[in-house]
Design a protein around this ligand. Structure first.
Ligand code: PMP
Length: 394
């Protein structure tokens, strides 16, 4: 028999299954709200003008494609740190951080997980309930046991801050806590700055290891506003990790641009942490690809391109908010919570049966949890979606 004859079929990714069913649907009114990408008002994934300009420059310079350093492009890594903490942050000016370019936010989480496993092999990992489905799988595949902390109550009641704090207080020292820094996926429910202060307090007091995942910086309330959690952790003077993704904020999904940042106690510590991160990277994929990092670094570090990008990012953010307002207006008071949620996603409170009806009767595809991608709504399909949701909740 073949070597692999006894291998089981791995379970299908439920969201990919949804996309396949959507592609096969012949109705021309169909709408896919199950996706995890930002579409513009024409229903297309945008190619940002700032990205196009940076690509033109790169093309004109016709740079050779040698290997990058293991930790990626220095100008990129430095720009990521400033975007997270602000250029004036003592963490940045004192060099109490290490940033390594990574293959998207996912790659950053994976490097971070492998690094942590080496130094905290007995630690457990806690993720939010619910969380982005890959968090659990990623940390389990790095060898950790993964549990959850309370996070979400309901669309109308939002976050369960007391429950979350209680779970964190009950966690053993050095438990790794994965936190969505902004625009929580899948719920859209974020903590307030005051809630975050309490979380930081508990993490510090209990000696937990915070791992902040920031995949939507700029999609909530703005670049700096969305960094509030990251900066409160920075102010606390503790060590923690951050995974950044530019997949959404630069609309560069397929270029795999992200970064892992480790905040530590000193410049000297940073040098040693970097040496260990390099070892993790070297044994995984050796060094990152050139294109996405070059483009993002050039946009972040060139004032005119930076301004252009910030405007385009604000455009995406505002369009999402307009769609949220449209949903709330069309569906009435019961759905006012949609405008309090942040980022691309909304937990609508629709049941699996209602989601099924949306698909069967209207060709509107959503995740069975009731998660919709608000960024897949546009001025053409909004009315249709509002009507359909109105009918299934009636
Ligand atoms: N973290 C969260 C919370 C996400 O939603 C995503 C992407 N959907 C990622 C990380 C991964 O981002 P990337 O595509 O850059 O790997």
């Amino acid at each position: 028999a073949s070597l692999f004859a006894a291998i089981d079929l791995a379970p299908r990714d439920p969201i990919l299954g949804l996309n396949e069913a959507f592609a096969a649907d012949k109705r021309d009114t169909k709408v896919n709200l199950g996706v995890g990408v930002y579409y513009d008002d024409a229903g297309k994934i945008p190619l940002l003008a700032a990205v196009r300009e940076a690509e033109k420059l790169r093309f004109e310079q016709a740079a050779a494609r040698g290997y990058l350093p293991i930790e990626g492009i220095a100008a990129y890594d430095a720009a990521v740190g400033k975007l997270l903490f602000g250029a004036e942050s003592p963490i940045v000016t004192e060099g109490r951080l290490v940033t390594a370019q990574a293959l998207g936010g996912t790659g950053a989480l994976k490097i971070g997980a492998d690094f942590l496993k080496r130094y905290f092999p007995a630690s457990k990992v806690l993720i939010s309930n619910p969380s982005w489905e890959n968090h659990r799988a990623l940390f389990e595949s790095a060898g950790f046991e993964v549990g959850t902390y309370a996070y979400y109550v309901s669309p109308t009641d939002g976050a369960n801050v007391a429950g979350m704090l209680a779970d964190l207080k009950a966690a053993a020292p050095q438990t790794i806590v994965v936190l969505h820094a902004c625009c929580h996926n899948p719920t859209g429910v974020d903590l307030t700055a005051d809630d975050w202060k309490q979380v930081v307090e508990v993490v510090k007091e209990r000696n937990l290891i915070a791992f902040l995942d920031i995949a939507y910086q700029g999609f909530g309330d703005g670049i700096d506003a969305d960094a509030v959690a990251v900066r409160l952790f920075a102010d606390a003077g503790i060590s923690f990790l951050v995974s950044s993704s530019f997949s959404k904020s630069f609309s560069l999904y397929g270029e795999r641009v992200g970064a892992l940042t480790v905040v530590d106690g000193s410049k000297d510590e940073s040098a040693r942490v970097l040496s260990q991160l390099k070892r993790v990277i070297r044994t995984n994929y050796s060094n990152p690809p050139t294109h996405g990092g070059t483009v993002v670094a050039s946009v972040l570090n060139t004032p005119e391109l930076r301004k252009l990008w910030e405007d385009e990012l604000a455009g995406m953010r505002d369009r999402i908010k307009t769609m949220r307002a449209g949903l709330a207006e069309g569906l009435g008071e019961k759905f006012a919570f949609v405008t309090r949620q942040r980022g691309m996603f909304s937990y609508t409170g629709l049941s699996a049966a209602q989601v099924e009806r949306l698909k069967e009767e209207f060709g509107i595809y959503a995740v069975s949890s009731g998660r919709i991608c608000v960024a897949a709504l546009n001025s053409k399909n909004l009315g249709y979606v509002v009507d359909a949701i109105g009918k299934v909740v009636a």
